[in-house]
Design a protein around this ligand. Structure first.
Ligand code: FES
Ligand code: MG
Length: 573
């Protein structure tokens, strides 16, 4: 579309009855020249009281609007499907593709020339990026930013990570249940999303690495007025993108994903980024596989000392120099060709970035961990692949053999985990199945199974755990997750029995059960597991279970992969 005729001119330009209708209903106080070729910018807004992490985005939208008006466009607030990670059952992930599909359809059906994507809580940025990619319309993300750090008895609390930690301490008898519950009102202290390097922080930073956030904005705390200034600046910049016709397909390339994977490793980001990046790449037609994460990320050092891999929280990260200072340290690993929404390379201007606190952000010379990227495992338990996050795992378990303790479902686990007769010790390998995209459905964050009270009381804080689900980006432990194919899709994880020996070797990238192919072939899935697999008869769950892809390709729906562009061929009246 040329500069003279933006996409929205197909609705608004002309003297006929239909263009009259399109304009007339939109006037409502808009200046008379609003439809004379001014770019129309949708602000895809995930603000919702039921997505508490995004509730402040209405204010952010106001600042985007100012920038859009100022630069000669018309801003239009577009509330879109919003997913609150902590509230939705069975898991917000069940609707990431629905949110993406709904946003895609709204972007295409409406007279808009560009979109500003306001997200924060885990699934909201990925869903909006998938949508924008499939419409291939100029798009910029404004990440809503992390919340301020709360403290409990003088100590900072990390969202999510400290819930897992305090809950295990309480179950292990080190913290009374009263004290555990008292900490609840200290956890969430401001607007914004989780302040750990969980999925929300990860996806905001990874989006900046992909090139779709104003450079330097991701990681700005939700309460910081610089976020509003960045929103204003983004409003101006989306006009420049529309005029330059800078669309996802013209700027987000394999090189951009390379940079995202390097960044993911350096920040110690969430394993959920793997499925989200694969899904976004699928929408763009960029060739990206699970193995790219291992190949590109494995030798990247971990530089960011944030929970769950480390100690600090997002406002420490921002104070210490933020994301640009991390990119500067790994600049030699970044692809210099990949550009951002500014039209300039991601690596431009990194010289001026500085680390101000080397406790929080380490220099390249003194990383927290070498070779920290997500490792991709394969073997007779995961022929399609599985992932583990070494930076959040225990060094002594990275090569481990032990007897399987199988749980048929999350309910089975909850019922038996504290049974004094459960036959477990620190060498056990916990297996939980039926938690994949089809099985649960939606691939919930349950893979970091709680440890049995009797092990916690003995001071055991980690065992090897294997699951076809995901884990929260705020969680930690030696957890093999995203096992593909999942048990409910016929994966061999369904065939393991309690007492089988399982061998994990992260160095060799293997995960196997010590059974011959003949022994495995002779087995059938346990009917108690099968009975728990989702069997929806109607509605979204039915569509989802019938069409969802496995973890190794991004858990998108098969018919949503790819792009349909922004063309709409027919009028409405
Ligand atoms: Fe919303 Fe963590 S629950 S970001
Ligand atoms: Mg989460």
């Amino acid at each position: 579309m040329s500069q003279e005729a933006p996409r929205s001119a197909q609705w608004y330009a002309g003297q006929d009855r239909n263009s009259y209708i399109h304009r007339a209903w939109m006037r409502r106080g808009a200046p008379a020249d609003s439809f004379d070729g001014k770019p129309q910018i949708a602000i895809a807004n995930t603000a919702s009281d039921l997505t508490p992490c995004n509730a402040h985005l209405d204010e952010v939208a106001q600042h985007v609007k100012m920038g859009v008006w100022e630069a000669g466009g018309v801003p239009l607030n577009l509330p879109v499907v919003s997913l609150g990670e902590t509230q939705m059952r069975p898991t917000a992930m069940l609707w990431r593709n629905m949110a993406a599909m709904a946003a895609e359809e709204m972007f295409r059906a409406n007279p808009v020339d560009g979109v500003v994507l306001l997200g924060g809580c885990d699934k909201t940025i990925p869903a909006l990026l998938m949508a924008a990619a499939s419409v291939d319309i100029p798009a910029i993300v404004v990440p809503g930013g992390p919340m301020a750090t709360g403290t409990f008895r003088g100590r900072p609390l990390g969202c999510g990570t400290d819930v897992w930690r305090l809950s295990e301490a309480s179950r292990g008898g080190e913290l009374s249940s009263e004290d555990f519950l008292t900490s609840e009102s200290s956890m969430i202290r401001s607007r914004g999303h989780c302040n750990t390097m969980g999925t929300a922080s990860t996806m905001a930073l990874v989006a900046e690495a992909l090139g779709v956030v104003l450079p330097g904005l991701a990681g700005t705390p939700a309460v910081d007025s610089n976020l509003l200034a960045g929103a204003h600046e983004t409003g101006r910049l989306i006009l420049e993108m529309v005029r330059a016709d800078r669309r996802p397909s013209t700027m987000i390339t394999r090189a951009s994903f390379h940079n995202a994977i390097v960044a993911l490793a350096a920040i110690g980001g969430s394993t959920n980024a793997v499925v989200h990046l694969l899904a976004i790449a699928g929408r763009l037609g960029v060739e990206l596989t699970l193995d790219d994460f291992d190949r590109t990320g494995a030798e990247v050092p971990l530089l960011v000392n944030l929970q769950p891999s480390g100690t600090f929280l997002m406002d420490d990260f921002h104070r210490a120099g933020g994301f640009r200072s991390v990119l500067r340290e790994v600049r030699d690993l970044l692809d210099p060709e990949a550009i951002t929404i500014t039209g300039r390379p991601l690596v431009d201007g990194l010289d001026s970035a500085r680390i101000w606190d080397e406790e929080v952000i380490r220099s390249r010379a003194e990383p927290l961990q070498r070779d920290a990227g997500i490792a991709v495992l394969r073997g007779n338990l995961a022929p399609g692949g599985a992932v583990i996050k070494p930076s959040a795992a225990s060094a002594h378990l990275m090569q481990h053999s032990g007897p399987a303790v199988v749980f048929e479902s999350i309910e089975d686990l909850r019922a038996r985990i504290d049974d004094p007769d459960l036959d477990v010790d620190e060498n056990s390998v916990f297996v939980l199945r039926g938690c994949g995209p089809k099985g649960y459905p939606g691939m919930p964050e349950v893979s970091n199974m709680p440890l049995p009270r009797k092990l916690l009381e003995r001071g055991v804080r980690d065992v090897v755990r294997i699951c076809d689900g995901r884990m929260s980006g705020t969680a930690y432990g030696t957890v093999v997750l995203h096992v593909a194919p999942e048990a409910a899709a016929g994966g061999p994880l369904a065939l393991v029995r309690t007492g089988d020996t399982i061998r994990l070797d992260v160095g060799a990238r293997t995960i196997d059960v010590m059974l011959t192919p003949e022994q495995l072939a002779a087995r059938t899935p346990d009917p108690r597991s099968v009975a728990g697999y989702a069997q929806p008869t109607r509605g979204w769950e039915r569509l989802y279970v019938d069409h969802v892809l496995q973890a190794d390709t991004g858990v998108d729906l098969d018919f949503l992969v790819g792009s349909s562009g922004s063309q709409v061929r027919r009028e409405s009246h």
